[in-house]
Design a protein around this ligand. Structure first.
Ligand SMILES: NC(=O)c1ccc[n+]([C@@H]2O[C@H](COP(=O)([O-])OP(=O)(O)OC[C@H]3O[C@@H](n4cnc5c(N)ncnc54)[C@H](OP(=O)(O)O)[C@@H]3O)[C@@H](O)[C@H]2O)c1
Length: 321
């Protein structure tokens, strides 16, 4: 089968398309014919081994997994003898953020890992675009314990994480202010933004006079120091990035007894996120934002575009038609 592989950590230049052996499922695994993956910021962490601490999980000196890919949508082609949750022919989607070797024509995954059946209304592209960003968005929102009426500011509402977070926060009945760029202000309104700042022209930390329960920096371009004055007493700041000098990792400790706190959302419980997103999809309350679609042979271009940091929502990599 064809697979997108790399032997070493690096940028898009280390990527190759190679013919390798098709995997076969163990007793508790399903074999999936992959139709689509995304090329996302988690893939960037996996391919570059960045931040360095990530290498303790994915291989200290060289990557443990040679095939790239962290998410997928496809069809079950075979099942191991102990598999009870899936049947041959099921359409499935999922994620594993330490790497899943999904950027290949076939992949295997344990039946009880981050994999679910795709809702009938979704095609493979929409399904796979509902995994990675949505998982981190939900993981962050779980840290905040939002309730209806809370005011939340989302910085970077246009990213895979941000665009999912805005939709989820509206689902929970929050008032949501979004910071985005000029070309995406209408998109943000369509996702439910109540108030908008255009980061290319305005500095929300200087202009905004609201008091928020929560600030969710989904692009990691702000700091707690700058956002503190926008937060109510009891307010919480979270970011998807480590921040300058990795401050978002130690500030949770330093602000533990403060009136305004920082929390760092360590990603966990992928299956919980996928189940939640599936519920929203069924209720018609979530639609993943898709930016560009690349073919498998254009994979280097897809990675180059993703690492610009300017994609809108998700970038799809089509593996099979
Ligand atoms: N903690 C984790 O486990 C984890 C996991 C995945 C990702 N991440 C990190 O989380 C961040 C977001 O990930 P993502 O997948 O959502 O990224 P993404 O899809 O690349 O989105 C980033 C978005 O931010 C916008 N943006 C750029 N500069 C901005 C600014 N100054 N103010 C407001 N918006 C700005 C970009 O659009 P425009 O430039 O067009 O405005 C883009 O739409 C990344 O930094 C990524 O490394 C963390």
């Amino acid at each position: 089968m064809k697979a997108i592989v790399r032997e070493h950590y690096g940028g898009p230049e280390v990527i190759e398309i190679k013919d390798i052996d098709k995997p076969s499922p163990k007793s508790n695994e399903i074999l999936v014919k992959v139709y689509a993956t995304t090329v996302n910021r988690t893939d960037w962490g996996v391919i570059a081994g960045d931040p360095f601490i990530f290498r303790f999980f994915i291989g200290l000196f060289s990557p443990k997994l040679k095939v790239l890919g962290t998410d997928f949508a496809g069809q079950v082609e075979a099942v191991g003898e102990e598999v009870t949750m899936f049947n041959v022919g099921d359409r499935v989607w999922g994620l594993r953020d330490e790497g899943l070797e999904s950027q290949a024509e076939y992949m295997v995954i344990k039946q009880d890992a981050g994999v679910l059946k795709i809702h009938d209304t979704l095609d493979y592209h929409q399904a796979v675009a509902s995994a990675e960003g949505a998982h981190y968005a939900f993981n962050g929102i779980m840290k905040l314990k939002v309730k209806a009426g809370d005011k939340v500011l989302v910085n970077g509402g246009t990213g895979a994480i941000g665009s999912a977070a805005v939709q989820m926060l509206k689902y929970f009945g929050c008032y949501v202010t979004v910071v985005a760029n000029t070309k995406n202000l209408e998109l943000m309104k369509s996702l439910g933004a109540d108030k908008l700042y255009n980061w290319e022209k305005e500095d929300f930390t200087l202009l905004d006079d609201e008091q928020y329960n929560f600030v969710f920096d989904a692009v990691g371009k702000s700091t707690f120091g700058k956002c503190k004055k926008l937060m109510k007493e009891g307010g919480i700041y979270i970011s998807t990035e480590l921040g300058p000098r990795a401050e978002n990792v130690y500030l949770p400790l330093f602000t533990y007894f403060s009136k305004r706190k920082v929390k760092f959302p360590i990603p966990q419980k992928i299956r919980r996120s996928l189940l939640f997103v599936n519920r929203l999809i069924k209720e018609g309350k979530f639609k993943a934002v898709i930016d560009r679609t690349y073919k498998m042979e254009e994979v280097k271009e897809a990675y180059k575009y993703m690492i610009t940091g300017h994609k809108t929502g998700n970038v799809i990599l089509e593996i099979a038609k």
